[in-house]
Write a protein that binds this ligand. Structure first.
Ligand code: HPA
Length: 287
């Protein structure tokens, strides 16, 4: 067996030892959302440093722990408070390690959340955007290198990275809970510098609605391994050049914090609508 499989299995053993069977859904909590993990009942909390191979983040505002617990709806949830980004200098294989562990454990679906800049001028600051599709301008892909065929295909299809059925559930959740949800295309850049106004104009021409520095590697790795994926961006700021002023990370964090309550309501409504393990309709893929 390969080093990667050995490393994934070592991490899965630890998760299984602490939390048992794989949960119904895993949620990667983006900037400002980390607290969501503490809303889960009967939760097991594991610092990333206690999971072999799992990379820990140094970014302020990203705590770095995996919480497995029960949502108010009864769904079991793994919440990832903190993620690592390519711009921190991690190789892309480390950026996606956690998602691969979750898939190997048997978690059927993954919700990726993030903070993003709004390219679509119809989006107001603090809007939430369901990711319909992505554009990968990171200059990296987690599947580069020898393919581990027991994980997935060499050339996996990316026609529906963001599962159509999960997207319908998210829109239904938005309607039911009253938290508006825009939708659009997320474009990933390496960062850590924000974009120039010329780049944002170019990205708009390419068809992007929002821009950020995460999510795409995790989405690709999760699809490779057959997870159903959904993504929601919090539009924390108009992207560079949309308004005259400069961009400031403090403002991004402030907006993320301001929207956290609404984002939490939407997440709760979304998770409550997910199929449960063992139910007849518990598969999302291809729906
Ligand atoms: N650009 C890139 N990443 C971001 C932004 C942005 O404007 N806002 C939040 N994350």
């Amino acid at each position: 067996m390969s080093d990667l499989i050995d490393a994934l299995d070592a991490a899965v053993d630890v998760l299984r030892g602490h939390a048992g069977d794989p949960p119904d859904v895993a949620v990667v909590l983006g900037s400002g959302l980390g607290d969501y993990a503490s809303t889960l009942a009967a939760a097991t909390s594991l610092p990333y440093t206690e999971i072999p191979g799992w990379p820990a983040s140094n970014v302020v505002g990203h705590a770095g722990r995996l919480v497995v617990g029960t949502h108010a709806s009864g769904a079991s949830v793994a919440a990832l408070a903190g993620r690592v980004h390519l711009y921190e200098g991690h190789p892309v294989s480390r950026v996606v390690f956690g998602v691969r562990v979750l898939a190997r454990w048997g978690v059927p679906r993954l919700l990726l959340t993030n903070a993003a800049g709004g390219i679509n001028t119809a989006f107001t600051e603090g809007a939430l955007m369901l990711i319909d599709d992505h554009i990968n301008l990171l200059g990296a892909n987690p599947l580069v290198g020898p393919n581990e065929s027991s994980l997935g295909a060499r050339f996996p299809d990316m026609t529906h990275v963001y599962d159509p059925r999960l997207r319908r559930l998210a829109m239904a959740a938005s309607g039911a809970c009253g938290v508006p949800l825009q939708h659009g295309v997320y474009l990933a850049t390496l960062g850590p510098s924000y974009e120039t106004p010329a780049e944002i104009r170019a990205f708009r021409t390419l068809g992007a609605d929002a821009v950020g520095m995460s999510t795409v590697p995790e989405a690709i790795a999760a699809r490779h391994m057959g997870m159903a994926v959904a993504g929601i961006s919090c539009i924390t700021n108009p992207a560079a050049g949309v308004l005259p002023g400069p961009l400031d990370h403090e403002d991004v964090m402030k907006t993320a914090a301001r929207v956290r309550g609404q984002f939490t309501v939407l997440l709760d409504a979304f998770i409550a609508r997910l199929p449960r393990a063992g139910h007849a309709d518990a598969t999302d893929a291809g729906a």
